[in-house]
Design a protein around this ligand. Structure first.
Ligand code: ARG
Ligand code: ZN
Ligand code: CA
Length: 239
């Protein structure tokens, strides 16, 4: 699919008084998504020369449509999708064939967020983000600057982790992301070498700090766009 894509966004918040999600968190998160998916990340100037031609403007615009709030004192929702079902204390998805649903809640277990890949069940389609990791100035320290959502939306758009979740030969199915056999953490210095080449540690699909990830590649852009093509699993978003 070529051309600009607009994605309406529904934010479902399971509100916990100790982990408030404010309108400022919400607005800044939408802004961050729009920066990152339009090659406007303020840190993008830090991309090393060897990767400069790989930088993609994905050209996806996220538009906040609705915010649903429901009080909840549950402190550890886990990753079994209970937050996506009203009959399990959560909030049901709104029109998931045409809108990106976020659920913001206390996930627990040190998990920042998780996403459903394209092609899954509609009722659970979307992205879950821990309440301390949503938006700018969230409580998550180095993970409090909104990039968990950028990373999880990458999964929702069919991207794998940049190191392929395995050894050097395990691919992420993207040709312009260098091979690696492990995630990077913190804010790695350049060059960081794994599998005999320099890792693209600043890619959103690595595991570095929020402020140290600032690019998608053209290959990742192609992979994301394929799902919106005719017959693709997210075709309904562009028709
Ligand atoms: N660990 C999570 C995942 O695999 C998210 C990592 C996000 N990284 C970040 N710097 N916010 O989906
Ligand atoms: Zn991930
Ligand atoms: Ca690759």
């Amino acid at each position: 699919y070529q051309g600009s894509i607009t994605i309406p966004v529904v934010i479902n918040i399971l509100e916990d008084a100790n982990h408030p999600v404010t309108q400022a968190h919400i607005n800044s998160q939408i802004d961050i998504l729009n920066e990152d998916y339009n090659d406007l990340n303020p840190n993008a100037g830090g991309v090393p020369n060897e990767f400069n031609n790989d930088i993609a403007n994905v050209d996806i615009t996220f538009v906040l449509e609705t915010v649903n709030r429901k009080a909840s004192s549950k402190s550890s929702w886990g990753t079994n999708d209970a937050m996506k079902h009203s009959n399990q204390g959560g909030i049901d998805a709104t029109d998931p064939a045409h809108k990106l649903n976020f659920w913001i809640c206390e996930i627990g277990g040190g998990i920042l967020g998780y996403a459903q890949f394209p092609g899954g069940e509609l009722a659970t389609d979307g992205v879950v983000i821990g309440s301390d990791f949503f938006g700018e100035n969230a409580r998550g320290g180095e993970y409090g600057h909104g990039r968990t959502a950028t990373h999880e939306v990458g999964h929702w758009l069919n991207l794998r982790h940049i190191w392929g979740d395995g050894r050097c030969k395990q691919d992420d199915f993207v040709t312009d992301t260098p091979s690696s056999d492990q995630p990077n953490y913190g804010c790695p210095s350049y060059p960081t070498v794994h599998c005999r080449s320099n890792d693209m540690t600043m890619n959103y699909m690595d595991y570095v700090n929020d402020n140290c990830m600032y690019m998608f590649t053209n290959g990742q852009n192609d992979r994301m766009r394929t799902i919106f093509a005719t017959g693709g699993p997210r075709e309904s978003f562009v028709n």
